[in-house]
Design a binder for this molecule. Sequence first.
Ligand SMILES: Cc1ncc(COP(=O)(O)O)c(C=O)c1O
Length: 426
Amino acid sequence: MQPARLRQAVELAVAHGWLCPDPAAGDRGAAVVVHDLDAVDARLADLRRAAPDDALHAVAIKANPVGGVLDHLARQGVGLEAASKVELLLALRRLPPQRVVFDSPCKTFDDLRLALDRGVLLNLDSLAELDRVVRLLDGGRPPGPVGLRVNPDVGPGAIAATSTAMAGSKFGVELATERDRVIRAFQRWPWLTALHVHVGSQGCSRDQLVAGAQAITSLAGEVRAAGGRVDWLDVGGGLPVDADGVPPDFAAWGQALRDRVPALFQGPHRVVTEMGRSLHAQAGVVLSRVEAVKQSGGRRIAVLHVGADLFVRAAYAPNRWRHRLAVLDPRGIPKQGPRMPWDVVGPLCFSGDRLAKGAQLPPILPGDLVAVHDAGAYTLSMWSRYNSRQAPAVIGLRGERAELLKAAETVEQVAAFWGEGADPRP
Ligand SMILES: Cc1ncc(COP(=O)(O)O)c(C=O)c1O
C-alpha cells in the first residue's frame, strides 16, 4: 500500500475507533487488518483483460474468506472457488451455483452430495473420487459440470510446500501414469466435462502456470478426439506476488498463454481461473500498535499485537516468506530518524513469533504503529488459535471511506472455540 493510502487508512481507522495507537486504550483497537477494495478491483480488471472475455474468474476463498470481502467480490460479478464444505456454503450464500467451483482435496460423501445437488462446478481430485460420484449418481446425471483435476508434473517451484503439480504431489490424477484412464473416463461418463489444473500457490513461475494450462488444453484435444466432451478448462490460480510490492503482471501471464496455448482462447470450452493471492495480497495491510519496546542481549525489540498467529508462514519459514514493514507515528506518518537493527516480534509465547530479525528501521516507541504490508492473502485465513488471542477487526477501504468488514473477535467467541459455554470472564 502506498504511503498516502496507508496514512488515509490510519486516519480512518483511528477516527472510527477501530485502531487505537495509544497503549492507554488497553484492549481496544490494538491491531486492525485493512483491505483496500479499490486495489482488489484494479487487480480484477487486470485479470479480466488478460483472460478470455467469457472466462469465469472464481476467486479462491481460502486466500481471504472475510464475509465483507466475499460480498464485495460477488458484487463485482466474479465467481468463488471453495476448498471445504464451509467455503462452499459461503460461496453458495452469495452466488448462483454457476459461479461456484468446488475443489477440496478431501471430500466426504456429504460434500460430494452437496456439490452435486447444488450444481456447482465440481472438480474431483482422483479417480477414486470419480467412482464415488458414479455411485452417488446411480445412473443419473448431475445438474452441474463435473471435472477432474490432473497433475501434469511441471516440476516444483521455488517453494516445495506450495507446489502442487510435481511428481509425488497429493493433488490430482497423475497424468504420467494415468493419462489413458483419464481419457477413458471422459469417454465413458458424458457428464464428465471439465479439466482442472492448479500448479501451485506462490513460488511457481509464470512458465510453470502456462505449462499447466498447456497440459490440460492438449489433453482436452485428446479427450475430444476420443469422443469425450470438455466444456470447461480450469487453469487454477497461483500467479506469484512480488515480496517488494511490484504488482502481479496479469498482462504478461495472459500474453504468455495466448502465445503458447492459443487453443485455450479459441475452444468450444469456457476458461476458469482460481486466483487468490495475486488479487488480495497487496491489497491488505495490518496495522499494529507497538505495545512495548525493550532491549535484550544488545538487541532492540518491538512487541506487536500480531505475529505468528496472523503471519504463520513468515514466522515458521522466514527464509521463504517475508512481509515488508513500515514504522509510522500514531497519525500514520512514516517515522524518521537513524535506521538501526530491530527485532519485530509478536505477542505469542514462543521465540519464533517474530516478523523481522535485525530489520533496519527508524526509532520505535510504544504507541507507534507498525504496518505489515502484503497481508491481504493467506494471513487471517491461516489464523492460529495458539495462546487464545482475539483475531483483529478487518476494515475495507473504498475511495475515501472505510467500513467494518469483520468485527474483532470477542472473548466469548474465542472461549467458545475451546468448548466454553458461559462467559469466561471472572
Ligand atoms: C485448487 C486451488 N486453486 C486456487 C488456489 C489459489 O492460489 P493463489 O492464491 O496462489 O492464486 C489454490 C491455493 O492453494 C488452490 O489450491
